[in-house]
Design a binder for this molecule. Structure first.
Ligand SMILES: Cc1cc2nc3c(=O)[nH]c(=O)nc-3n(C[C@H](O)[C@H](O)[C@H](O)COP(=O)(O)OP(=O)(O)OC[C@H]3O[C@@H](n4cnc5c(N)ncnc54)[C@H](O)[C@@H]3O)c2cc1C
Ligand code: FES
Length: 282
């Protein structure tokens, strides 16, 4: 394992101090067939947060489940934090039963966020044309990229879901500063098929040389996005969805193979440049 700080990504971001705090739930409600939204207040956990940062949440009491679970920040203001989550197993199921007024032990902000600035090629720095930012999201990758596109002007936000029932309510997307396009596996909303179909359309329309991709979602989706990026030589970043045990580089449960060797995703990522990744995992 390489020591922290070997990757280009890390040096671009100022380290933000993480805090571990018991927070009181303000709201925990189902917003559609797929997502629940959890809201709590904390000045410390909101300090310095950027889209792509994540937090580690102790969900149960008496250490059951024993390991904390990682979640992206969905929104963070001065002292108010939102997390958007879907039920995937024991921990998230337990979380969905939490009520207003109950407490959760939460540590954050952790990891490295998405780049706010789109890197430009030398030739583009001089010319008036700028690379367009294309965000590609699915599943648990939708929250950080919606947060990102509320904070940073983007050109496209492409969202892939299984069906219309899982599409984010319009209200949740009202502050997104990007053209939002949807794909659904069953064709019940937007384009029928995978989100990579939308990406291929954008590549064709804008030209591969004019695009910068930032992606977050299920690993098969991100692997497909990165395969397209490789084919068309498009630069970008992926927030890797690795299973995490500690979130602070201790358990080595979230290792990613990079050109600098194996590194923990929780401290060196979760956002990696496509160029840095050798194997993202499945
Ligand atoms: C950096 C990061 C940010 C994340 N942000 C969010 C978020 O904003 N919203 C959200 O809903 N989820 C997010 N996740 C995923 C979330 O951590 C998992 O869904 C959660 O840990 C599952 O816990 P569980 O106890 O419910 O499931 P478990 O009982 O632990 O597992 C049940 C099922 O979920 C799968 N699973 C476990 N961990 C993950 C994972 N990391 N990704 C995908 N599937 C998993 C398992 O393979 C298994 O099939 C994020 C993960 C990472 C690494
Ligand atoms: S989650 Fe423990 S090292 Fe990354």
């Amino acid at each position: 394992m390489k020591s922290a700080g070997v990757l280009r990504r890390v040096s671009e971001h100022m380290a933000v101090k993480a805090h571990d705090e018991a927070v009181i739930i303000l709201e925990n409600k189902k917003i559609n067939e797929k997502y629940f939204k959890l809201t709590f207040r904390s000045k410390k956990l909101a300090q310095g947060v950027k889209p792509g940062h994540f937090l580690m949440m102790q969900i149960g009491d008496l250490n059951d489940p024993f390991l904390r679970r990682p979640f992206s920040y969905y929104r963070a203001s001065a002292d108010r934090i939102e997390v958007l989550y879907e039920i995937l197993g024991y921990g998230t199921s337990l979380l969905s039963e939490k009520k207003k007024g109950e407490t959760l032990q939460v540590m954050g902000p952790l990891g490295n966020p998405f780049s706010a600035v789109v890197p430009q090629a030398q030739s583009q720095k001089k010319s008036s044309s700028r690379k367009k930012r294309v965000l590609v999201a699915g599943g648990v990758g939708v929250p950080p990229l919606v947060f990102f596109s509320e904070k940073n002007k983007s050109d496209y936000l492409l969202i892939g879901t299984k069906s219309k029932q899982e599409v984010m309510p319009k209200k949740e997307l009202a502050k997104v500063k990007a053209k939002v396009l949807f794909s659904t596996d069953d064709g019940s909303y937007g384009v029928k098929g995978r989100v990579t179909l939308l990406l291929e359309d954008v590549i064709e329309k804008e030209g591969a040389e004019n695009i910068f991709i930032q992606t977050c979602g299920p690993m098969p989706m991100m692997n497909a996005v990165m395969a397209l990026a490789k084919k068309y030589e498009i630069p970008g970043e992926a927030s890797l969805d690795k299973t995490m045990g500690c979130g602070v580089g201790v358990c080595l449960g979230c290792m990613v193979k990079t050109h600098e060797g194996w590194v923990p995703s929780c401290t060196e990522g979760p956002v990696f440049s496509f160029d840095d990744i050798v194997e993202a995992g499945v």
